[in-house]
Design a protein around this ligand. Sequence first.
Ligand SMILES: NC(=O)c1ccc[n+]([C@@H]2O[C@H](COP(=O)([O-])OP(=O)(O)OC[C@H]3O[C@@H](n4cnc5c(N)ncnc54)[C@H](O)[C@@H]3O)[C@@H](O)[C@H]2O)c1
Length: 325
Amino acid sequence: MHVLITGGAGFIGSHLVEYHLGRGDHVHVVDNLSTGSRKNILPYLEHPEFRFTQEDVLTWSDLEKTVGWADRIYHMAAVVGVFRVLEAPIQVLATNIAACERLLRAAAHCGWRPQVVIASSSEVYGPQGRIALHEELPLVITPGAPPRWNYAISKLADEAFGISFARQHDIPVAVVRLFNTVGPRQTGRYGMVVPRFVHQALRGEDLTIFGDGQQTRSFIDVRDTVIFLDQLAARAPHEGLICNVGHDAEITIEALARRVLERSNSSSRLRFLSYEEAYGQVYEDIPHRCPSTARLHAFTTHRPTWSLDATLDDLIARLRIEEEG
Ligand SMILES: NC(=O)c1ccc[n+]([C@@H]2O[C@H](COP(=O)([O-])OP(=O)(O)OC[C@H]3O[C@@H](n4cnc5c(N)ncnc54)[C@H](O)[C@@H]3O)[C@@H](O)[C@H]2O)c1
């Protein structure tokens, strides 16, 4: 199979690269290295079935040609991370929406119907109650939508493009609402909580919790995520599919911090920061975030194999080696 991955030098994208090369597929990555890095794909650069192009999806002149070459496209490229979203709210909207549209237009006109996976996010659910978030829920955007919501708005627009192109052009599109995904190669630089806590614990620094720590999240290991994405891509119907990809075990951020301390045997302490202190502006957090996995399990046969503890142990062991080296 020929696989095109936009944003393939990023965290999730680089795991898709590893997964598909491991299955004997040909993989082409396009990435502008804005948040991704060459280091993430270094082991594959010499691989005979791998090709990397450092370009922006918005301006890459070979996009149409490469989309025509692909049997499967994962569109992972996006401006991501709370810090970047707050810093560059216009760029989030402009890049995320235009890149997705350009890619889908190319897929619609390539004379062939590649399978397309569009990365959306659990952020589109916004602040809901303590319920399992399922794909049929009406979505609510905060009135006056502060720029913090631009990421969710951009992902909603991408979802609408994905489903509309699927219906109008008969392309099998899987829109995946990714819940907090964790694992090796994720960076804490742009606001991701697990790598940040693990780094802080290993360096003996305070673990900084934003807010009161009672907000909950559900974490899924990226090595499970890529198997789900592969299965969803293969099974998406021609009218398109929206599907959560996550794990339904929920944990508060404070409990997560304590778990990191325990698993790493760290004597670091917890330090609570208000959102204003953390982000330099008023910030509306999402209090609970746990997916309904009913649809995911109806469309796929895989079941998560990584528990949160197993992922944390693996990350802690890897970062220890990195810090010592
Ligand atoms: N990691 C998560 O928990 C999570 C949760 C929800 C949604 N997502 C979505 O999954 C996708 C991948 O996220 P990730 O965590 O791997 O983040 P990431 O930042 O590691 O990956 C994004 C990649 O896209 C590249 N990129 C950005 N804009 C580009 C452009 N215009 N042209 C070419 N390349 C570009 C970046 O350099 C980076 O390598 C994103 O679309 C993100 O919104 C991730």
